[in-house]
Structures are given as structure tokens and as C-alpha cells.
Design a protein around this ligand. Structure first.
Ligand code: IMP
Ligand code: MG
Length: 185
């Protein structure tokens, strides 16, 4: 797998530091706004799985987890093909404090689809956290509360992000060589 890496954009230690800081900020802001009310964590699968796992273990607040699976880069695509909710297990969000978590904000299609669906369920609050945000106007146009890193508009994998469902287990966020992209297509 390491021969497939073109460059390391975010090494794992840098990600871990930022995730800890995000968790501290989310915790403090939740306690200030909602006291000891529970959180409802909603990771957008599959990409947010690893980020969510690291983030929530640093948030010492009672929480439950709901799931939402969205497809936007099906298979071998390097650009969003339009988002589609494939399944969700959210339970009743009415009156709950929801934290929606995604891996990366790119075209904004995924969050523009999911955020209104969650709002319709009348949560007490809805905050949105993404690990990465690409440097493009469409991404900045989507209102999110927490951003781990602003990155260049490049295709990245690792730490949950995939190409054709590969590379999610890389601990760093990296770009791939053209040869790797061909080989995994
Ligand atoms: P958006 O809907 O275009 O904002 O993109 C969001 C989703 O597309 C993310 O949740 C990812 O699953 C996927 N995605 C966007 N950019 C990348 C990338 O650079 N690498 C891998 N997946 C990406
Ligand atoms: Mg995704």
C-alpha cells in the first residue's frame, strides 16, 4: 500500500492532535449550550467511520449513535456523482442534540442532502463536524460548525476516505499515484 502513496498531506500525529482539539471544543460548547443533555452522534458512512471513532472517544458526554449511509463517489470516481441516501438508522431525533459527522466536505452535495432531512426530524440542536474541507467555493458555501482541516482541492484517501472502497485503513491522509488509481480501478 505504501508504494501507492504520492504524498502525505496529513500525518496521523497531526490528525490526532486536531481531533483532540475538536473534541474538546465540541464538549465545551455542548456543555455550555445544553448542560448535561445527551448527544446523538450521526456519522455519515462509510467515510466518517474512523474519524467518528476517534472523535467520540474524546467526548465524555452521554451519547447514542445513529447511522446514515450516503453514496456520492460510487466506485472509481474522483468527483462527486450526486449524493444518495442508501440507508439510515436514526431513531427519533425529536428534541435531541445531534452532532452530524462527515469525513470531507467537497461539492457539498452530501451535507446539502442530509442536513435538511435531519432538520425535518425536529432535533433540539444540530451541529455539523467535518474532518476535511476542500478549498472550493461549493464547500465553503455549506454552513458547518467544526472543520478539522482546510485542504487543497485534491483527491485524498486514508483515515476513512477511500478510492473504490480501498485505502480507508491508511492512518494518514494522502494522495495516490496515478499508477495506484489505475491499479485499483
Ligand atoms: P460532497 O458530497 O461532494 O461534499 O462529498 C462528500 C463525500 O464524497 C464525502 O463524504 C466522501 O465520501 C466523498 N469524497 C469527497 N472528496 C473525496 C476525496 O478526496 N476522497 C475520497 N472521498 C471523497
Ligand atoms: Mg462520505
Amino acid at each position: 500500500m505504501h508504494a501507492d502513496i504520492e504524498k502525505v498531506l496529513l500525518p496521523q500525529a497531526q490528525i490526532a492532535d486536531r481531533v483532540a482539539a475538536l473534541a474538546a471544543q465540541i464538549t465545551a460548547e455542548h456543555l455550555a449550550a445544553a448542560g448535561d443533555a445527551e448527544l446523538m452522534i450521526v456519522p455519515i458512512l462509510t467515510g466518517a467511520m474512523i474519524f467518528c471513532g476517534d472523535l467520540i472517544r474524546r467526548i465524555p458526554i452521554a451519547m447514542r449513535i445513529g447511522l446514515c449511509t450516503v453514496s456520492s463517489y460510487p466506485g472509481q470516481s474522483l468527483r462527486s456523482q450526486g449524493s444518495q441516501v442508501l440507508s439510515q438508522q436514526l431513531g427519533d431525533l425529536r428534541g435531541r442534540h445531534v452532532l452530524l459527522i462527515d469525513d470531507i466536505l467537497d461539492s457539498g452535495g452530501t451535507l446539502s442532502l442530509v442536513i435538511p432531512r435531519l432538520r425535518e426530524m425536529s432535533p433540539a440542536s444540530l451541529r455539523v463536524c467535518v474532518l476535511l474541507r476542500k478549498n472550493r467555493p461549493e464547500a465553503r458555501a455549506v454552513g458547518v460548525d467544526y472543520v478539522g482541516f482546510d485542504i487543497p482541492d485534491e483527491f485524498v484517501v486514508g483515515y476513512g476516505l477511500d478510492y473504490n472502497n480501498y485505502y480507508r485503513n491508511l492512518p494518514d491522509v494522502v494522495t495516490l499515484t496515478p499508477q495506484a488509481i489505475r491499479a485499483k480501478s
